[in-house]
Design a protein around this ligand. Structure first.
Ligand code: DX5
Ligand code: ZN
Length: 216
C-alpha cells in the first residue's frame, strides 16, 4: 500500500556480515533500520549499544530507528543521539518522566517516539501524542526475535488512529513483533504505516521480494 514503510530489525541479521546485510536491505527497499537495544534488566536479553549505532551510521544513509528497551533511558539518550540515532523510541513502562525524556531526545537532535508493551493500555500515550513523531506498539513481549504475533494489538492500533486524527497529529504508527506476510495486512488494515520485521526479512532468501510484499 502507498505510504507503508518497512523497518528491518537487524537483531535477526548476520552480525558477522553486518555491512553486507545493511547494503542488502538498503537495496531491497527498506525505509528505516530498526535497532533493538536491550539491557538485560527491562527485558531478559542483552543486545547492542551506542557503539553499534555509531558503526551503522557510517555504513548507511537510511534513518536509524533506535528502540530502547532499557531501564533509565534518560541516562543513555544523549549517547545514542550522539552516536547517530535519527529516531529514539522509549517505553512508557520504563521512562520515569515521559514528557521530560521525550524532550531530552529532541534536545539532543533526534526525533522522539513512545513505545507500549502488549499489556500496556494505548491510552498511556495519548497525553504525549503532540510530543512524538512515532508511536510504536509491541505485538510481542519485547526481548526476542521470532515470537508469535499477538492480535490484541489490532484494537490498540485502531484506537490510536482515531485519537491521533482527533488530536490532528501526523504521527507514524509502527508495529513490532511477529510481522510477516500473514500479519502485515492485518496491522495495515488497522491503521499502522511502519512495519518492523526481523526474522521475516533476514531469514528469507530474497529480502527485496519480502519487503515489497510486506508493503502491499
Ligand atoms: C522484540 C524486538 C523486535 C524483534 C522483531 O523485542 O523489539 O524488533 O526483533 O523480530 P521479529 O520480526 O522476528 O518478531
Ligand atoms: Zn524493536
Amino acid at each position: 500500500m502507498v505510504g507503508i514503510k518497512v523497518a528491518p530489525s537487524i537483531l535477526s541479521a548476520d552480525f558477522g556480515n553486518l555491512e553486507q546485510e545493511i547494503k542488502k536491505i538498503e537495496a531491497a527497499g527498506a525505509d528505516f533500520i530498526h535497532v533493538d537495544v536491550m539491557d538485560g534488566h527491562f527485558v531478559p536479553n542483552i543486545t547492542m549499544g551506542p557503539l553499534v549505532v555509531k558503526a551503522l551510521k557510517k555504513i548507511t544513509k537510511l534513518p536509524l530507528d533506535v528502540h530502547l528497551m532499557i531501564e533509565n533511558p534518560d541516562k543513555y539518550i544523549p549517547q545514542f543521539a550522539k552516536a547517530g540515532a535519527d529516531i529514539i523510541t522509549i517505553h512508557v513502562e520504563t521512562s520515569k518522566a515521559l514528557k521530560k525524556d521525550l524532550a531530552l531526545i529532541r534536545e539532543h537532535g533526534a526525533k522522539p517516539g513512545a513505545v507500549v508493551n502488549p499489556a500496556t493500555a494505548i491510552e498511556k500515550v495519548f497525553p504525549v501524542l503532540d510530543k512524538v513523531v512515532m508511536v510504536l506498539l509491541m505485538s510481542v513481549n519485547p526481548g526476542f526475535e521470532g515470537q508469535k504475533f499477538m492480535p490484541e494489538v489490532l484494537d490498540k492500533i485502531k484506537k490510536l488512529k482515531v485519537e491521533s486524527s482527533a488530536q490532528n497529529v501526523g504521527i507514524d504508527i509502527e508495529v513490532d513483533g511477529g510481522i510477516n506476510l500473514e500479519t502485515a495486512p492485518q496491522v495495515i488494515a488497522a491503521g499502522a504505516n511502519v512495519l518492523v520485521a526481523g526474522s521475516a526479512i533476514f531469514y528469507a532468501k530474497d529480502y527485496a521480494s519480502i519487503i515489497k510484499q510486506l508493503k502491499k
